[in-house]
Design a protein around this ligand. Structure first.
Ligand SMILES: Cc1cc2nc3c(=O)[nH]c(=O)nc-3n(C[C@H](O)[C@H](O)[C@H](O)COP(=O)(O)OP(=O)(O)OC[C@H]3O[C@@H](n4cnc5c(N)ncnc54)[C@H](O)[C@@H]3O)c2cc1C
Length: 310
């Protein structure tokens, strides 16, 4: 069992690392529990073009490694451990990890959300800069003047498809059913857009290419026929899994498993002294900058909580 920390930050993605920078600069000497993916999702991409301050883009791994150095410079400490359970009952919160148990006055949970994949051939090989993406806002601009496919039929898939029409010539929307699951208004906007070509009753069988994606093969779920579609990019929009289950006993979750925030607060939860930041509490924006933003907010409020200012 550790001494009582002032603040423990769970997760070392953009949200956790930014919280660590702010908390360390507030002289709280935060302890960051890094989890299985130090640096978070951004380490999976070579090219981040939308994080402010980098006119020529920045490698995702490098960006988060620098955030960690920045936090360490002001006294943040990092442990290589993973949370498996928590006890948020009393004033001192208990964080039970694989290797150790930590005690803390305040906790910032920044555990992110993992994108879902299809598990088809070619998906892993071409992921991260070679044509398979999970984020149109992040990668859409790389496909200017090209044809792409979006996989999914919910609101997220429709939003991704519409966003991609800003750059792409054709956007194939691959959906396993014969109607969209998205809201009526969103569905109408998608089906009314001439650049979007719905491919109904179809699932992706394989993502094809040599060095990068050159097309996909889809299978019709009704007659089992297979068709090849030429495209340069495939955007998976089949959902995310928020990494929140270890906290569900204490922190309220919404229907999709994301943390709920207190009304009128970006980062406060139903438990005093426990704050949430980043993608684990955000199914709308899911960006490095928004995660960093809420990480900063969580650290500022954690400091106020510890000093009994809120
Ligand atoms: C391939 C790819 C490319 C992207 N490109 C861009 C881009 O160009 N621009 C952009 O703005 N956004 C991009 N994004 C989105 C961006 O990466 C995320 O919005 C951002 O990383 C979210 O940060 P986060 O800190 O909330 O969560 P994450 O980055 O998901 O980090 C979560 C952290 O929590 C830790 N963790 C999870 N569970 C536990 C546990 N039980 N115990 C301890 N630790 C735990 C993990 O180890 C990890 O360190 C991209 C995402 C992907 C997947």
């Amino acid at each position: 069992m550790s001494d009582i920390e002032k603040v423990v930050i769970i997760g070392s993605g953009c949200a956790g690392l930014t919280a660590a920078i702010y908390a360390s600069r507030a002289a709280l000497s935060p302890l960051v529990i890094g989890g299985l993916q130090p640096g978070g999702q951004l380490t999976m991409t070579n090219e981040v073009e939308n994080f402010p301050g980098f006119p020529n883009g920045v490698n995702g791994f490098e960006l988060t490694a620098n955030m960690k150095l920045q936090a360490e410079r002001f006294g943040a400490r990092f442990v290589d451990d993973t949370v498996k359970d928590v006890d948020f009952e009393g004033d001192i919160k208990k964080i039970i990890c694989e290797r150790n148990t930590y005690l803390s006055e305040a906790v910032i949970v920044a555990t992110g959300a993992s994108p879902k994949f299809l598990g088809v051939k070619g998906e892993k090989e071409f992921f991260g800069g070679k044509g398979v993406s999970v984020c149109a806002t992040c990668d859409g601009a790389f496909y200017k003047g090209k044809d792409v496919a979006v996989v999914g039929g919910g609101d997220t898939a429709c939003e991704e498809a519409l966003f991609l029409t800003n750059f792409c010539t054709k956007v194939y929307l691959i959906h396993r059913r014969d109607a969209l699951r998205a809201s009526k208004l969103m569905g109408e906007r998608v089906l009314g857009n001439k650049k979007i070509i719905p491919v109904w009753n179809s699932v992706v069988d394989e993502i094809m290419g040599h060095d990068k994606v050159s097309g996909i093969r889809v299978e019709n779920v009704q007659d089992k026929s297979k068709t090849e579609i030429a495209c340069s990019g495939v955007f998976m929009a089949v959902g995310h899994i928020p990494n929140t289950q270890q906290f569900a006993k204490y922190l309220r979750l919404d229907d999709s498993g994301y943390f709920c925030r207190k009304e009128n607060s970006f980062v406060e939860t139903n438990v005093d002294g426990v704050f949430v930041a980043g993608d684990c509490a955000d199914k709308v924006y899911r960006q490095a900058i928004t995660s960093a933003g809420t990480g900063a907010m969580a650290a500022i409020l954690a400091e106020k909580y510890i000093c009994k200012k809120i």
